[in-house]
Design a protein around this ligand. Structure first.
Ligand SMILES: Nc1ncnc2c1ncn2[C@@H]1O[C@H](COP(=O)(O)OP(=O)(O)O)[C@@H](O)[C@H]1O
Ligand SMILES: [Mg+2]
Length: 494
C-alpha cells in the first residue's frame, strides 16, 4: 500500500500544531492536509529535498487512505479529488502513476510542514497564523474597479456633504492627485475622518484615498488610486538610471505619488524595519535596496551579512563580492554570525577610540567597510533560534557609530517578533500593506498602511522626518540576476 513518509522534524511540527496550535489531540491528518494547502499556495513546486528522510530519526508514515479520508468512510470521490488536484497542478496524469502521485503529495505536505515550522511561532495564535497565510490576498487585490474622474470625485464628495471644487489633477504612477478646494475651513478635519466613506463611495474596495494639506487655504490633495491596469510601470530601469549621491549608503525605494524618486540613506536610518503582510512586496523592496548598493558601492565601502531563513529570497546574491560571510540560512548559524558581529562591533569601538573618531565617517578614507545586516524574515529567524534576538538587540542599541546597520523584514511586527528593545532601537520603518489599522500603528505609530495598494506600495518613516508614501520599484527576479552577474563579473561595484 502506498505511503508518504515524514521526518522527525515534521512529526515535531505536527505535534506542536495539535497541542499548542489547536490545543487538541485531534487526528494528525488534519495537520497534514493544512500543510498540503499551504504548499499548494506557493507558485513554485517543492523540490526533491522533500523526498529524503534522514536516517535514524523518529519519523512516521501515513497511508493514502488516512490522508485522503477513505478510512473515515468519506466519499470515494475525495480520493480522486486529491489526485486530480495534483494532476492539474503538475500537468501529468497521476491517476496512472501512483508512485509519482505519492511523491508529489509527500513533497507538498513536507514543504507545508516546513513552512509552518519556519514561520509560525508558539506565541502567535495559530488560527491567526492560518488566517494570514490563507487570506492575505493584498498582492492581487484590485486597487479599484472603476476609473475615477473629477466628476465622480465631486459627486462622491457632495454625497458625503462636502461642497468642493477641483482645481487641478495630476496623474502619478499609480494614483491621480486631485487638488481640491473645500468650502469650509473645518471641512478638513471632517473629511479626514470620512476618508473610508469616500473610498467606499468611490467603489475602491480595500484601497484608500490619502489626503494631505496642499499649502493654500482650504485646499487639499486627494490621492485617488487608479485601477492597476492604468498604472505607469516603474521597474529596474528607474534604478539603473538613478544617480546615487556620494557618501553613506543611499538606497532608492521607489517613486512618490507624483513620480519623483524616493531615496534614503541607510546610515541615517540607522536601522530599519520593513513590515507588511505576505505578498505585500517586502522581498522586492529588499532587492531594490540591495541592488541600489550593489550598483553604487564597492565591497570596500559596504559588506553584507544576509540572513535568509526561508532560503530562497536572497540566494541570487551568493556570488556577489559584497558578502561579509556566506549567506546564512540556518538558525544556529545566524546566531553565531550575529554574535560574531557583536565582537566585531567591540573591535570597531576600540578602533574609534584609538583614533579619537566619533563616528565611522570620522575614520576617513581608510575606514573598514560599513556592514549591513539583512534579515529576510525576522519571525522565521526567531522561530528557528530565539537566541538570535540578544545579539540583534545589542547591535541595534550600540552598532550605529561603528558602521554596522540592520534591516529587519517581517510579516509579523507583533510584540513577540518585534520586542520592545528592538522596537525602541530601530526608529526607521517601512510599512507595506497590512491587513488592519492596528498593525499599521504597530509599525508606524499611525494608521494608513492598511489603505495602501499592495504590490510594493509603502509608507516610509525615516527617523526624524514625516511619513512619506512611495510606490516601490517593480524589481523582478531576472533583474536581480542580471545586475548581480554584471557586478560579479566586474569584481566591484563602481
Ligand atoms: N513594486 C512592485 N510593483 C509591482 N508588483 C510588485 C511590487 N512589489 C511586489 N510586487 C508583486 O507582489 C509579489 C509579492 O512580492 P514579495 O516581495 O515577494 O512579497 P513579500 O516578500 O512581502 O511576501 C511579487 O511577486 C510581485 O508580483
Ligand atoms: Mg518575502
Amino acid at each position: 500500500m502506498a505511503k508518504i513518509y515524514t521526518s522527525q522534524a515534521d512529526e515535531d511540527t505536527i505535534t506542536a500544531v495539535l497541542r499548542r496550535g489547536f490545543r487538541s489531540s485531534g487526528p494528525k491528518w488534519t495537520v497534514l492536509r493544512l500543510a498540503l494547502a499551504l504548499s499548494l499556495k506557493q507558485a513554485d513546486d517543492p523540490d526533491a529535498s522533500f523526498d529524503q528522510i534522514e536516517q535514524g530519526g523518529r519519523g512516521s508514515e501515513y497511508t493514502l487512505e488516512i490522508l485522503t479520508g477513505s478510512s473515515q468512510k468519506e466519499e470515494a470521490g475525495f480520493v480522486d479529488a486529491f489526485c486530480a488536484l495534483l494532476s492539474v497542478r503538475h500537468g501529468v496524469d497521476l491517476f496512472a502513476n501512483e508512485a509519482l502521485y505519492t511523491r508529489w503529495l509527500q513533497r507538498h505536505i513536507r514543504r507545508g510542514l516546513k513552512e509552518i515550522q519556519t514561520t509560525w511561532r508558539d506565541s502567535h495564535d495559530f488560527h491567526e497564523f492560518l488566517f494570514q497565510e490563507f487570506f492575505s490576498q493584498t498582492a492581487d487585490a484590485p486597487a479599484s474597479e472603476r476609473t475615477q474622474n473629477s466628476d465622480s470625485l465631486l459627486s462622491a464628495l457632495s454625497e458625503l456633504g462636502f461642497q468642493s471644487e477641483i482645481l487641478t489633477q495630476f496623474e502619478g504612477p499609480r494614483v491621480t492627485r486631485h487638488t481640491v478646494r473645500l468650502a469650509e475651513a473645518d471641512d478638513f478635519g471632517k473629511l479626514e475622518r470620512r476618508l473610508d466613506d469616500l473610498a467606499f463611495t468611490l467603489g475602491l474596495k480595500d484601497a484608500g484615498v490619502f489626503m494631505a494639506a496642499a499649502g493654500a487655504p482650504k485646499t487639499v490633495w486627494l490621492d485617488v488610486p487608479r485601477p492597476a491596469a492604468a498604472w505607469k510601470s516603474h521597474g529596474i530601469e528607474v534604478l539603473t538610471a538613478w544617480k546615487a549621491p556620494a557618501g553613506g549608503l543611499p538606497v532608492l525605494l521607489g517613486l512618490d505619488v507624483v513620480g519623483e524618486p524616493v531615496a534614503r540613506d541607510l546610515v541615517s536610518a540607522p536601522h530599519l524595519l520593513v513590515a507588511g503582510t505576505t505578498g505585500s512586496g517586502k522581498s522586492v523592496c529588499l532587492h531594490g535596496m540591495l541592488l541600489s548598493l550593489l550598483q553604487s558601492r564597492s565591497p570596500q565601502q559596504v559588506q553584507w551579512l544576509l540572513i535568509d531563513p526561508k532560503r530562497v529570497e536572497l540566494a541570487a546574491y551568493a556570488q556577489v563580492p559584497h558578502l561579509y560571510a556566506p549567506i546564512v540560512t540556518e538558525g544556529p548559524d545566524a546566531v553565531r554570525a550575529l554574535q560574531g558581529l557583536v565582537k566585531e562591533m567591540d573591535r570597531r569601538e576600540k578602533l574609534l577610540a584609538a583614533r579619537s573618531a566619533r563616528d565611522w565617517d570620522g575614520l576617513g578614507v581608510d575606514a573598514p567597510p560599513r556592514l549591513l545586516v539583512v534579515v529576510e524574515e525576522l519571525a522565521a529567524l526567531l522561530a528557528q533560534a530565539q537566541e538570535a534576538e540578544a545579539p540583534l538587540v545589542m547591535l541595534a542599541q550600540k552598532a550605529r557609530a561603528t558602521g554596522i546597520h540592520l534591516i529587519l523584514a517581517t510579516q509579523r511586527p507583533d510584540s513577540a517578533t518585534f520586542s520592545g528593545l528592538l522596537r525602541s532601537n530601530i526608529p526607521s520603518r517601512i510599512a507595506l500593506t497590512v491587513q488592519k489599522s492596528a498593525e499599521s500603528k504597530i509599525v508606524l505609530d499611525e494608521t494608513g498602511a492598511e489603505r495602501l495598494l499592495g504590490r510594493g506600495d509603502m509608507l516610509v518613516k525615516w527617523t526624524g522626518s514625516a511619513v512619506q508614501r512611495a510606490h516601490g520599484l517593480h524589481i523582478q527576479n531576472n533583474d536581480v540576476s542580471a545586475l548581480v552577474q554584471r557586478v560579479t563579473r566586474k569584481g566591484t561595484g563602481t
